[in-house]
Design a protein around this ligand. Structure first.
Ligand code: UD1
Ligand code: CA
Length: 449
């Protein structure tokens, strides 16, 4: 069945007390609007329309970063959820199928729930939930799942307010029916807004059917405050950890591991304590992540062993059986199979050939203060400890650099490069020097008496 998404994201989010539009606040490293888009993406929608208002330019940029084909329409004045959907309809011109309306600030709707809505058999399907504390949610007036209407809290009678079956805001309606229902909305209500919720009563009045599909309250959790944002983060992490364990990832202290929305970890990978995944990380099956690592925008292949205390930044690719040890930072660098970089090293804008060994304290000096430059290291090279590789520079296959070298010129295949001052040794001089220093100190102590 063809589907399209409308994601409402025009609201200011006043209670966030923020200059940033609410839907750009992040959970699991991704703006809230990406979570809503990801929830809807499981339906493989033909079209995605996001309604933006407050901070529309920034929201549009974030939306496009997730899906460059998404349409972003403007709702300059927030006249209600029904009005917001009206703004989206021109972007759905010619679309035939079911439209699903989601909120940009409601990140946890599950794919299974949306699937259930699509097969409800009714013309209008509303996602409801039984609220522990119904508060100011809209109430669903329904009998055995057949929905008569939705009444907003502000407009509800005492009896209606006692109902605990609430409106999540998620609706599924056939596209043409939605357009005709939304066209008939008025703002004759307590809030003076065009309520999307009024389409239910309007559908019933014209002989259409409406049903409620229910989900767990946790799924409909919206974010309105920073406290709720923190709770959403905790909820996301709890779920992501459970899913990782379920899919065969070993974690010694799952409560200390933080995933991003798009983290992918393969079966039989092992993750130690206190590991943080930023956006864009994939870890293949069987890789071993030791404690206290921070990853972002990187790929870790099977057999690789990373950490403890390693930082992998965007553009890092570790091939199979690579070993990255403690206090190593890698950025925009490809490390081919079997490379070892064990300790205290920075590799940036680099390519390291297979089975090369990078000694402790090696630094690719990639930045000259204005531009970035690349370092190329061939296969089976041996970079001595404390080598400064001043880029752009190329170390040949099987080449060797002496410890403490500052390498500013290319090193051919198989060559040894030394770039350091020659050692000078003076026999007995240390003893004489210390004698002299001790005498000086003794004289000073005498003078002070
Ligand atoms: C809405 C529902 C209510 C439901 C609740 C669930 C209506 C009339 N009411 O109420 O039944 O229980 O959500 O959370 O639909 N938005 C726009 N443009 C607008 C108005 C809203 O884009 O003109 C967006 C907001 O940014 C937000 C979402 O739509 O993401 C919901 O709007 P909000 O004002 O929070 O609706 P509620 O009054 O909470
Ligand atoms: Ca709300």
């Amino acid at each position: 069945m063809a589907t399209a998404l409308i994601i409402l994201a025009a609201g200011q989010g006043t209670r966030m007390n923020s200059d940033l539009p609410k839907v750009l606040h992040k959970v699991a490293g991704a703006p809230l609007v990406h979570h809503a888009m990801a929830a809807g993406a499981t339906l493989a929608p033909e079209r995605v329309v996001v309604v933006a208002g407050h901070g529309a330019a920034a929201v549009e940029k974030a939306v496009r970063a997730y899906d460059e084909t998404a349409a972003v329409v403007r709702q300059d004045q927030q006249l209600g959820t029904g009005h917001a959907v009206q703004q989206a309809l021109p972007a759905l011109e010619g679309f035939e199928g079911t439209v699903i309306v989601l909120y940009g600030d409601t990140p946890f709707i599950r794919a299974e729930t949306l699937d259930a809505m699509l097969v409800s058999g009714a013309d209008v399907t509303v996602l409801g939930f039984v609220a522990a504390d119904p508060g100011r949610y809209g109430r669903l007036i329904a009998t055995d799942g057949a929905l008569d209407r939705i009444v907003e809290f502000k407009d509800a009678t005492e009896t209606e307010r006692a109902i605990t079956l609430c409106n999540s805001g998620v609706v599924a309606v056939e596209a043409r029916l939605l357009a005709s229902l939304v066209a008939g909305l008025t703002n004759d209500n307590a809030a003076g807004e065009y309520y999307l919720t009024d389409i239910v009563a309007a559908a019933r009045a014209t002989g259409h059917s409406a049903r409620v599909v229910t989900c767990d309250e946790a799924e409909t959790m919206g974010v309105n405050t920073r406290a709720e944002l923190a709770r959403a983060e905790a909820a996301f992490q709890a779920r992501a950890r459970a899913e990782a364990l379920e899919t065969g990832v070993t974690m010694t202290a799952p409560e200390t591991v933080f995933f991003a929305l798009d983290t992918v970890v393969g079966r039989d990978a092992t993750i130690g304590a206190n590991v943080v995944f930023g956006p864009g990380v994939t870890v293949e099956s069987g890789a071993e992540i030791l404690p206290f690592c921070h990853f972002e925008g990187c790929h870790i292949s099977r057999g690789a062993r990373v950490g403890p205390f390693a930082r992998l930044r965007p553009g890092t690719e570790l091939a199979e059986d690579v070993h990255v040890g403690n206090f190593v930072e890698v950025k925009n660098a490809i490390l081919d199979e079997g490379v070892k970089v064990g300790h205290l090293t920075y590799l940036g804008d680099a390519h390291v050939g297979e089975h090369s060994n990078i000694g402790a304290g090696t630094v690719t000096c990639n930045y000259d203060g204005v531009m970035k430059h690349r370092t190329e290291i061939g296969a089976h090279a041996f970079i001595g400890s404390d080598t400064m590789l001043v880029a752009p520079v190329r170390i040949g296959a099987g080449a060797l650099t002496g410890s403490g070298s500052v390498i500013t010129e290319d090193v051919p295949d198989g060559a040894l490069a030394l770039g350091r001052a020659k050692q000078v040794t003076k026999p007995g001089l240390a003893v004489r020097l210390f004698e002299k220093l001790k005498q000086t100190k003794a004289r000073r102590d005498e003078d002070r008496k």
